[in-house]
Design a protein around this ligand. Sequence first.
Ligand code: PMP
Length: 425
Amino acid sequence: MPSSVQELLARERAAFDERTPASGRLYRRAAAVLAGGVSSSYHLREPWPVYLERGEGARVWDVDGNEYLDFHNGFGSMVQGHADPVIGAAVAARYAQGTQFGAPAEDAVAVAEELARRFGLPSWRFTSSGTESTMAAIRIARAFTGRDALVKVAGAYHGHYDGLLAAGGVEWGDSDALERLILETSPACVIAEGAMTSIGVVAPPPGWLDALRELTQRHSVVLVLDEVKTGLTIAAGGAVERYGIEPDMVTLAKSLGGGLPAGAVGMSPELARLVADGSVPQLGTFNGNPLSMAAARASLTEVLTPEAYERLERLGERLRSGCEAALAESGVPGHAVAVGSKGCVRFGPEPVVDNRSYRNRRDAELCELAWLWSMNRGLFATPGREHEWNVTVAHAEEDVDRHVEVFAELAGALATRPRSGSARA
Ligand code: PMP
């Protein structure tokens, strides 16, 4: 006997297939020349992915002409909203002057100055992606310490570099286990986010970031704070500013380029010396690409202003409290979590505090239902997550309220259709 959630899922899948036939056709064409029909394995979806045509402000349109309010935002890399006119003008002006020289240019200096101000680290290098940023940080830490091992948090994603793809590691928040692992492996660095974003959003428990800093310092281990997702989205200076942690290195990417590929590594003076004197190669043809740097400069200085961060905070909290109220109203067990512009809903009575608690209760069917439910009602959402959002400076309060309305309908449907053979909603 199919459960009610399964019935809802079948209905939503059929409706979505019906709304996206042009994506289906484009998928068949794409699959002949792109492996799986996509450019990144994160875009794979059965029976086909949704192909987008354009975006403007808080909205995107797919190739079938469906309009969505975008809460996916390129995995959180478009905190400025789509096609921001200020960034657009900077990119157009730069394009007319040439876009790639393989020689340094002034915009990179201005961007580094602004990053140094926001993150409190004096020295920077640029890359083209988050993976390149974390890879470079690890190389620098290894050269600095003369050690090879690295420690990461269980379930954390830091990029598609072989050495970082391991799922294992120390559980988020477990400082005793962190110290044991440091003593056992004598690593070059510990790499961690300031708020976890790869298992939905998990804020740091009290004392955890202090322990991370204190233990790495005590054992002369480099602390790399991976701010690829959090860096320019949860505060102007990311987790460094929001939580007051002082890492040895910061890695950035995603929202840095205002929609163009750009990454960065921030370093303490001791670490930067190794890069500056050439003993550690930090390389890349497109590093500090003038087009990306022009976009980053306009984004950091004119779009992501102090008022923009106040707005992100306000919108994020409005969305979180709206979803929380919808859960309470429906009686569906769960809660909503937000850190600045990023947030998610957790279904189930228990909070998610680390990878273990996430894995134990993750319900793939419910994740897919929440995604399809949003997509069928005009909310573009991150696939494969419980119910996740990124708000941008382009979102209005009405956009957030529409999101809450759609979520409340889902909670209502789940409340009236309890899952057969399970206590879970
Ligand atoms: N670090 C973190 C925390 C990330 O979330 C990601 C990407 N999701 C990366 C690094 C890798 O970034 P990129 O996809 O730009 O290589």
